[in-house]
Design a protein around this ligand. Structure first.
Ligand SMILES: [Zn+2]
Length: 179
């Protein structure tokens, strides 16, 4: 997978099932990451204060990620820069739960990907900022909501998409974590 991040900067939008990855070009992803990294926590939108389903989903997803059998999902996937995600995480010194804590959830409502019904959430590779399509997200069953957040957390560690297909990522998260 080396070099994937250096491919042309065409906008990559992949939404096969509920969860999307936007802007697969590495430069864009890094730029986005830098832009948001400078934000202080106080500037983060308090979306979870307004949307309890989102807050509860993060709490449940965090609980799931505390279990070794759920953490094993990180070893199932690799970063676009190479290396299994569990090893990428280890290099950061963070736990899976702490990586989830880093996600900045913002509303994607009003954006094309949400309004066209193609997505439930979307992000960029290596970015902690996740746009959530609240209408569809809140209609999901709780385990599926949790899987969406864990799926996006995997992208924040460098997981690309297509391959692996979005549905395959979510299915694997559900298999490891939804029990
Ligand atoms: Zn995805």
């Amino acid at each position: 997978m080396r070099g994937v991040g250096r491919r042309p900067r065409r906008a990559l939008v992949s939404c096969t099932f509920a969860v999307c990855l936007v802007g697969g070009a590495g430069a864009q992803a890094v730029a986005a990451h830098r832009g948001h990294a400078s934000e202080t926590p106080s500037t983060r939108p308090a979306l979870e204060d307004k949307v309890p389903e989102l807050r509860w989903a993060r709490v449940r997803a965090r609980e799931r990620l505390g279990r070794p059998e759920c953490q094993a999902v990180l070893a199932d996937f690799e970063s676009v820069n190479g290396g299994r995600l569990d090893l990428v995480l280890r290099s950061t010194g963070r736990t899976a739960q702490e990586q989830l804590d880093l996600l900045v959830l913002q509303s994607g409502m009003g954006r094309p990907l949400c309004d066209h019904g193609a997505a439930l959430a979307y992000t960029q590779v290596a970015s902690p900022v996740v746009s959530v399509c609240l209408r569809g997200f809140t209609l999901l069953r709780p385990p599926e909501q949790d899987a969406v957040l864990i799926h996006e957390m995997l992208h924040s560690l460098g997981l690309g998409e297509n391959p692996p297909e979005s549905t395959a990522i979510t299915s694997q998260v559900l298999k490891r974590c939804a029990h």
